[in-house]
Design a protein around this ligand. Sequence first.
Ligand SMILES: [Zn+2]
Ligand SMILES: [Zn+2]
Length: 282
Amino acid sequence: MSVAAWCRESLVEPLLSVLFPPRCVGCGDFEVHLCESCRATLVEAGRECCPRCGEPGPKPLVCGRCSACMTRELEYRSARSAFCHEGVARSLVSELKFGGQPVLGRLMADLARPAFRDFVASTAPPAEVFATWVPSHKSAKRERGYNQAEILARELASGPPLLSCAELVAKTAGTAHQKGLGRADRLSNLRGAFSPRPDIEKRISSSVIGSPRMGSSGLRHGKGRQGTGSVLRYSAIILVDDVYTTGATAAAVSSVLASHTGLPVHVFTFSRAVAPRGQGHD
Ligand SMILES: [Zn+2]
Ligand SMILES: [Zn+2]
């Protein structure tokens, strides 16, 4: 554990919990961030989603495509979410992003872990999967103090299955708020907003398992794979974000990742907006 992480867990978080006791994001009860009864209301996006675009619910598939993605080319290979973006799931996403509560990231990662493990297993052996996140613009990160997608990705990657995890893409242009925009407007809003990090190929092409932590690059290996000294080559990328609404952000970042690494990109989000019955999102 790094000194910063130790300080956060041992000093800062206990102090904050005394000064500002946690309250359930669902009902406002004190002492916990999510009480048992509110937790029980979370609606899992489920395994019966479209295996391609991740649209929740059992759907008739034609050539592996559901009605929501039938006519769309996707920049990513597959997408999956842990929960439907409603009720308590929506509150958790909102409080993590806007409520100044990065501590919720660990809770959300724990809640999403079963779905995340299933999803990782459907892509490639964990040792070949590299996790990353949807970046935020440095001004937004400075204002908020953190990037909620990074917190989720790092928390998910640091538990089973242990995954390598680092930033691969930067958000180099600020964009207008996406809320209220349809998919087409979101796509044009995001065009050119993301760029690969200059050392993306070095980070993803290969690395030696068991080498010392590469502090300057932020590359981190799972504990379970230390000490083998063999060469690792990644075969899939998992892109983590907090919520999937129209898929425009996931598409824009996946496009950069896929074209600069040559690897298939799989998108995992904590929650997913569910279209009204019989309608797509676009
Ligand atoms: Zn509650
Ligand atoms: Zn689909």
